[in-house]
Write a protein that binds this ligand. Structure first.
Ligand SMILES: CC(C)(COP(=O)(O)OP(=O)(O)OC[C@H]1O[C@@H](n2cnc3c(N)ncnc32)[C@H](O)[C@@H]1OP(=O)(O)O)[C@@H](O)C(=O)NCCC(=O)NCCS
Length: 144
């Protein structure tokens, strides 16, 4: 597996992956906008030439926000998500990030377990944050 920065050529595969992974996927133009966002660090995981994972992380000063991360449903539980997250966090650390935060659906146990494995802790809850089903968001933070 190869983790590398996302390029415009990856956008169709990344959008497909996003639609397969989320009940509220990002709009089509969103990933293209992130490629033009100076604060965004955009990564993909590639396996045999195929994009199987994607991560968007925003870094501002000493803070990093995990904006989105997904592994293609056919390639989950093989270490791709954690390798992507570690690569993105290590790169953000090298740029000065020391506080990492994110929001995750309260019922998304796979993602919550992944973040806890990295040491993230739940620090807050936004009640009925997700509009499509009224699910709460957990706020998770890690300080390095
Ligand atoms: C969350 C997600 C990115 C994890 O990707 P993945 O490639 O399957 O994850 P990995 O194989 O690297 O697993 C890393 C850790 O995550 C946790 N994990 C992953 N899948 C899990 C599952 N089905 N149940 C419980 N824990 C799980 C485990 O702690 C695992 O570590 P372990 O293998 O030592 O037990 C993936 O499930 C996904 O794309 N989900 C849909 C999109 C999403 O919810 N993104 C997060 C938004 S906040």
């Amino acid at each position: 597996m190869n983790i590398r920065p996302m390029t415009p050529a990856d956008l169709p595969a990344v959008s497909e992956l996003d639609q397969l992974s989320f009940s509220q996927p990002w709009p089509d133009a969103a990933f293209a906008a992130e490629l033009a966002n100076p604060n965004a660090r955009n990564w993909v995981a590639e396996l045999d030439g195929r994009v199987v994972g994607a991560l968007v992380l925003w870094r501002v000063l000493d803070e990093a926000h995990i904006a989105t991360i997904a592994t293609h449903p056919g390639f989950r539980q093989r270490g791709i998500g954690q390798t992507l997250l570690k690569t993105g966090m290590d790169a953000a650390y090298a740029e000065g990030a020391r506080i990492y935060h994110l929001e995750v659906r309260a019922g998304n146990l796979a993602a919550i377990h992944m973040y806890e494995k990295f040491g993230y802790q739940v620090v807050g809850r936004r009640i009925k944050y997700y509009k499509n089903n009224g699910e709460d968001a957990l706020l998770m933070t890690l300080t390095c």
